[in-house]
Design a protein around this ligand. Structure first.
Ligand code: ZN
Length: 164
């Protein structure tokens, strides 16, 4: 694969990601539905972004995983369609990264081993995300992004992307 491939969420469109760089861009019909009322040029979208429906098999896998991790309430149908599409593209052997700064989406991607673009799209620029991780049980804060449960008291950790 010479060009990097990206699966884009709606914030990536608002940030103008499809109009810059030379990547191959993919998204789902649900995302297109969300962004088509915006000023983002639809003809540009059609020329640069491949709109694809994910397989039912991958959608089910994403749903099952989200139920297991407890993220299912935080995920929209659109979020799940993106994750499923990334799963399909990954399965077909292409190198693909998912672009999303939604935490629940990133969490599921992590569990399903879907590569994530290490970025957030604040202000239309690709920036590294710094996670603020804290425990609402004992109040301790952590910096290791892999931690999901507080090692001190066992409470599920809360995290927020902080873009500095
Ligand atoms: Zn704790």
């Amino acid at each position: 694969m010479s060009e990097p491939a990206y699966v884009l969420d709606s914030t990536a469109f608002y940030a103008g990601i499809p109009y810059q760089g030379n990547g191959r861009y993919y998204t789902t019909y649900l995302v297109l539905e969300e962004v088509k009322h915006h000023s983002v040029g639809s003809s540009l979208i059609h020329s640069r972004v491949q709109v694809t429906e994910p397989t039912v098999e991958s959608l089910n896998r994403v749903k099952t995983t989200a139920v297991k991790t407890g993220d299912v309430g935080a995920l929209s149908q659109t979020d799940m369609s993106l994750l499923a599409l990334a799963l399909d593209l990954k399965g077909s052997g292409g190198g693909v990264s998912l672009v999303s700064d939604d935490f629940a989406v990133r969490n599921i991607a992590d569990v399903l081993s879907i590569p994530l673009a290490p970025t957030s799209l604040k202000g239309g620029e690709w920036k590294n995300i710094t996670w603020k991780i804290y425990c609402r049980g004992c109040g301790k804060t952590y910096t290791n992004p892999k931690l999901t449960v507080c090692p001190v008291c066992g409470t599920q950790l809360i995290r927020k992307a902080s873009n500095g």
